[in-house]
Design a protein around this ligand. Structure first.
Ligand SMILES: C[S@@+](CC[C@H](N)C(=O)[O-])C[C@H]1O[C@@H](n2cnc3c(N)ncnc32)[C@H](O)[C@@H]1O
Length: 365
């Protein structure tokens, strides 16, 4: 997987733009970037508006997301942001000159780190349970033919025992140890701040028995043949990354879904009232498009089902990552904060009493 993606003729090493081959949340809607700018403001507030606020996007692709988040910031906040895209591919032409483009994250970070669909592209090995025990799966790069290799290393076997125990002959596990290490490496660099990993994921309670390795090429799902022609990805054991992050210094953790987080931030994906089509057809169409994009971002069977691992170092998780709920008899009603105001609504819409924060539904590990 490493040479297929990052070797001399590898898919990413060649500089293939992800958007030509697959669609991520940032390609789906500008709302995604807006939400991260909302989160950045919340982190800034919680940090007491530091003189330098780091905004780091790891695995930044073509810099679309970090560009949007930076563009949304204004005034004195914009002047304090130190934006850095971390990428192994070359800097794209036309990127905002305020964004630094580097191959590794800054040594010390105070602010927000975003890793949107980064961890799933960190190369890993696959192990299959054979009669002789777990064996690495070796793949012929040109054809995709497979055979068994040696036993995984002791650290990999230990990772498998903790995070992805193989139960039956023929079952496969994707050894996520390199991802845990990569994530821990990011957390260790944060002095104070929040890191978000948004990715396809699973937890120990529901590992896929035959793994998730998949190829993407020109918008299609293709076999994961490691010949360098295509993206190769595997879902992320996010609970294992969370544990690695805690060991690396994260004090607070939220592991939930994109749907939960985005809904807490006010994304509803609700169609505009039909009456608007008569009174203001242009606005109706605009709002309908927005609602469609939002629905895509929170679709439980699609992007909304992505895992969000949020970890804070030296601070609490920002309050915007909590739903607020009223204890009045309308207790089922969740008044969503409006993202654009950046000021969470704190009164129940029905009884006008103050709402209380409730935790987002966690993913069970
Ligand atoms: C699936 S793309 C995601 C791009 C973008 N974040 C998005 O959501 O559209 C993953 C990106 O991570 C980059 N990447 C993978 N490993 C990396 C590493 N160790 N350091 C920097 N970038 C890396 C790849 O080059 C690729 O552009």
């Amino acid at each position: 997987m490493r040479s297929a993606l990052y070797g001399p003729a590898g898919f990413y090493a060649r500089g293939e733009p992800p958007a030509l081959h697959f669609r991520t949340s940032v390609h789906t809607s500008a709302r995604y970037g807006e939400l991260f700018s909302c989160l950045l403001s919340a982190v800034d507030r919680a940090l007491g508006h530091p003189a330098r606020l780091d905004l780091v996007d790891v695995g930044a692709g073509r810099g679309e997301l970090i560009g949007q988040v930076l563009a949304a910031a204004s005034g004195e906040l914009a002047r304090r942001i130190a934006a850095q895209a971390v990428e192994i591919t070359p800097r794209p032409a036309g990127l905002d000159p305020r964004i630094r483009w580097c191959s590794s994250p800054p040594a010390r970070i105070t602010g927000l780190v975003i890793a949107s669909e980064w961890l799933d592209n960190i190369p890993l090995d696959v192990a299959e349970l054979t009669r002789a025990g777990p064996r690495l799966v070796l793949v012929e790069p040109a054809t995709g033919d497979e055979r068994h290799g040696s036993a995984p290393s002791q650290p990999d076997l230990a990772w498998l025992r903790s995070w992805w125990p193989l139960g039956e002959l023929g079952e496969r596990a994707e050894i996520g140890r390199p991802r845990c290490e990569a994530w821990a490496g990011v957390i260790r660099r944060i002095s104070r701040g929040v890191a978000v990993a948004a990715d396809y994921g699973h937890t120990k309670a529901a590992r896929p028995p035959w793994g998730t390795l998949t190829g993407y090429l020109a918008g299609r799902v293709v076999p994961a043949v490691p010949d360098g022609s295509r993206d190769i990805t595997a879902h992320v054991a996010l609970d294992a990354c969370a544990a690695a992050g805690r060991t690396a210094g994260a004090g607070a953790t939220l592991l939930t879904t994109q749907r939960e987080v985005l809904r807490a931030l006010g994304i509803a994906g609700r169609r505009p009232a039909l009456a608007l089509a008569d009174t203001d057809p242009r606005r109706y169409v605009h709002e309908l498009c927005l609602a469609t994009e939002e629905a895509d971002l929170i679709d439980a069977g699609g992007l909304g089902g992505f895992g969000w691992l949020v970890q804070a170092v030296g601070m609490e998780l920002p309050a915007v990552l909590r739903r607020r709920r009223c204890q009045c008899r309308w207790a089922g009603v969740v008044p969503a904060p409006a993202v654009t105001t950046r000021k969470p609504v704190s009164l129940c819409r029905r009884c006008r009493r103050v709402t209380v924060p409730v935790p987002l539904a966690p993913v069970t590990a």
